[in-house]
Design a protein around this ligand. Structure first.
Ligand SMILES: Nc1nc2c(c(=O)[nH]1)N[C@H]1C(S)=C(S)[C@@H](COP(=O)(O)O)O[C@H]1N2
Ligand SMILES: [Mo]
Length: 332
């Protein structure tokens, strides 16, 4: 009887230990889930064991609400942390090849704040080498009540995406059905498109664009765009001329000063090939006017394969976001 009582009390102590520990873990950890191979629950101790990454002299500048607001530097610090890219690679990306550019990543932190990154931004662009969850600031632990550390985006201009207390990293893919492989197998060749539609899902506003309409706007030329990938091989290095994606969005009534970093743009063709672009990388990056809706390649109109308009990205290491035969641009 006595031994049974002792056993029960040991058990209850163990249970309390386990549950309090378990409680702490759900609070101070980052859950990585969605379209990943292996869901993760990363604790503070886990993150310390990962490959560290430093970014020094990061200037955080306050977001503006109005054009006339004065630019204000909030801080300048050295950060140590883990690249979001490394965390995602640890979990493993479910989507590969032609499916991957349609992926986007939602990062949730304290005060219910959320920001979105495109797959391309993290994995194709050099921006991805400056997106980290930092756990150390100027050599001292970066403490938060909830979640872990602080999201730092070194190439951003203003600090709108530096959220604290990271709790969740969610990988999602747009729901556009991928028909490319099937169409190729069945030898389906569609006639080239001659217009696309831009839809703002929030305001409901939409507008059709054809070549004549695109040519009404100030052109943007981007040089040395490397078209290469693991699907179609090496296409070459090109100069593209077209309209900046940023300008088109502003034409649709998007105000960059609204700082809507939880929004993104989806561009896709009729065959379901899709790519995403975050508001952060479009409106708030020192990498600047990086995205063009092109109608000319090396000084000539686009060919039949590309139809009248395609997207091109100067910074990307892969051609994954060069969507040919643009059919729709959705502002989500
Ligand atoms: N409409 C459309 N655009 C697309 C694709 C596609 O299948 N359909 N493939 C993409 C991929 S995966 C790559 S790597 C590049 C390849 O460009 P290339 O065919 O000029 O080499 O185009 C991209 N744009
Ligand atoms: Mo590709």
């Amino acid at each position: 009887m006595f031994f049974i009582l002792i056993k029960i009390s040991i058990l209850s102590v163990l249970i309390t230990l386990f549950t309090s520990n378990g409680f702490a873990e759900t609070k101070q950890s980052i859950r990585v889930y969605g379209e990943v191979i292996q869901e993760l629950n990363i604790s503070y101790e886990d993150i310390l064991k990962m490959e560290p990454f430093h970014i020094n002299k990061v200037t955080l500048i306050k977001e503006k609400r109005r054009v006339e607001d004065i630019d204000e530097r909030l801080s300048m610090h050295n950060y140590k942390g883990v690249l979001v890219r490394d965390i995602l690679e640890k979990a493993g990306m479910k989507h590969i090849r032609k499916f991957e550019p349609g992926v986007y990543i939602r990062i949730k932190g304290g005060n219910n704040r959320e920001v979105i990154f495109s797959f391309g931004e993290i994995f194709y662009s050099s921006a991805g080498r400056g997106i980290l969850i930092s756990y150390e600031i100027d050599g001292k632990p970066l403490k938060t009540e909830d979640g872990i550390g602080q999201l730092i985006v070194a190439t951003d201009i203003r600090a709108g995406r530096t959220i604290k207390g990271i709790k969740e990293i969610i990988v999602e893919r747009v729901e556009i059905p991928m028909k490319v492989y099937e169409e190729r197998e069945r030898n389906i060749i569609r006639p080239p498109t001659s217009e696309f539609l831009i839809i703002d899902k929030k305001s409901g506003k939409s507008k059709k664009f054809d070549l004549a309409e695109l040519k009404k706007y100030e052109p943007l030329v981007i040089k040395d765009v490397v078209l290469t990938g693991d699907c179609e091989g090496f296409g070459g290095i090109y100069t593209f001329k077209g309209v900046s994606l940023r300008l088109l969005l502003e034409q649709m009534g998007i105000n960059p000063l609204d700082n809507e970093y939880q929004r993104y743009v989806l561009i896709y063709s009729e065959n379901g090939f899709a790519a995403t672009f975050s508001f952060g990388e479009i409106f708030n990056s020192r990498l600047s006017d990086n995205f063009v809706i092109a109608y000319e390649k090396n000084g000539k109109p686009l060919g039949e394969k590309e139809a009248f308009a395609m997207s091109a990205v100067r910074e990307d290491s892969m051609g994954g976001r060069s969507v040919k035969r643009i059919h729709r641009i959705e502002i989500r």
